[in-house]
Design a protein around this ligand. Sequence first.
Ligand SMILES: [Zn+2]
Length: 504
Amino acid sequence: MAKKYVENININTRLPGFILLLFFISFIFSITAACQPFIGKNSKIPENQSIALLSDAWEDVEKLPEIPQYDIQLEVDFKNAAFKGTAQIDYTNLEEVGLDSLYYRLFPNSGKSYGSGSLEVYSVEVNGQEVQTVLSLDDSVLEVKLSGTLIAGEDIQITISFNGKVPRDFAGDGYGIYNMSNNVLTLAGWFPILAVYDDEGWNLDPARSIGDSVYSDIAYYSVELTAPDNLKAAATGSLVDSRACGDSQICHSFVSGPVRDFVLVLARDFEVISKKLQGTKINAYYLPDHRDAAQNTMNIAINALKTFNNKFGPYPYTELDIVDVPMNGSIGVEFPGIILNSSIIYGDTVFTAHEIAHQWWYNVVGNDVIDDPWLDEALTTYSSIIYFEYNSTGEEYQGIFNYFKREHQNNIKAGGDDLVTYGLDHFEELGAKHYSLIVYIKGALFFHSLREKIGDDAFFEALQDYYQLKKYQIASPEDLLDAFERSSGEQLDDLYQEWLYEKQ
Ligand SMILES: [Zn+2]
């Protein structure tokens, strides 16, 4: 659903040991803190959704308010790289104000990372009545006008029928997140997704050339997929059942649990290695001849899940898919419960560990990527360093760490230092390389410096506290920074000032 989720910067630096570190950028969407006032009665977990959740996670999820629930019927015409669908969305107004319209995003119409495909809406009903709609921003924004004001706490049902055309072989220079290549159909952004309402109103940002301008709330998804029966499907969430349904067709039912998006990939030639760890089934989907890479992917995923579960808090879902897909100009893209890794880097430790860490710092804990892109990217990058710390030789870990320090020092010497905490608009002007050096590298070094100051116990206690407190919500920088001050009992303003709010 991002316009530009991932951009790679190939930094061909030979690290001590054997890793060729291809540093990369992945851009995340999220929503702002103000958009989720917890009002009204708490919901129970909807029927079937608990399948996607580990039982230990149920207690937290039961406390969520009435988050949106998407029930989507999707029929894929694989031969023609097209699809049609109907989304029925149960929506409760969780804002503190009445709403006269709802806004949905049709991201494939933005071009950019989606390439030259499209997503067309041809019917919208609210509570069974057709309503007026208005398209804007290159048809990437759909306004659904309500017949009256939807007051706070009130719920409605929106039904949207749509169809989509998927570009082939990265036509329009897409990244491959909405694409058909080599009999692999990758579907991100394939359904109308609710925009976010927050203290600034509806977030309807145009596509950007850097980072991501997509916001979305946590929601439940139930997806009924109909597709040719010679295809295998990897998707967000868990498979409830599969059955034959019509002429050479198969129907799959998926549920997601509370997540920020729903992505699926269909392929003729997928093979899969699966393994269960601490209740979560990890699936490494791979294309022919990539079995060794899939085995590497599985080993990394097992170690990453163990490390992050232990250091940050438990991954709440019953499934995690890491999928080998054809991509173009991007090499790793995180989505809820499913990671798309380009065949080029499939099985690479740096990318796989980074994308897995995003499951904690993007999907479960969200943040405002327009104003605070560092909040997930810097923490995710540092999390991948933590992965190396606990799962590699000291030499390998030190090599990566030294590489980060060297890049940062060279950047300072070249006069390129900048504020980690700038928003995406600032970095868009200065380019992807600058963004990488400041938000990813300097941002990760900030977390290391903080850890050195307050010690391991306080550092990880703060991350666990932050994860638990902001789970399924949107975190602000203060939420994270305050957690470190609480756990350490120290005033950290000077360190924050030095690393986050001024140039070095
Ligand atoms: Zn990332």
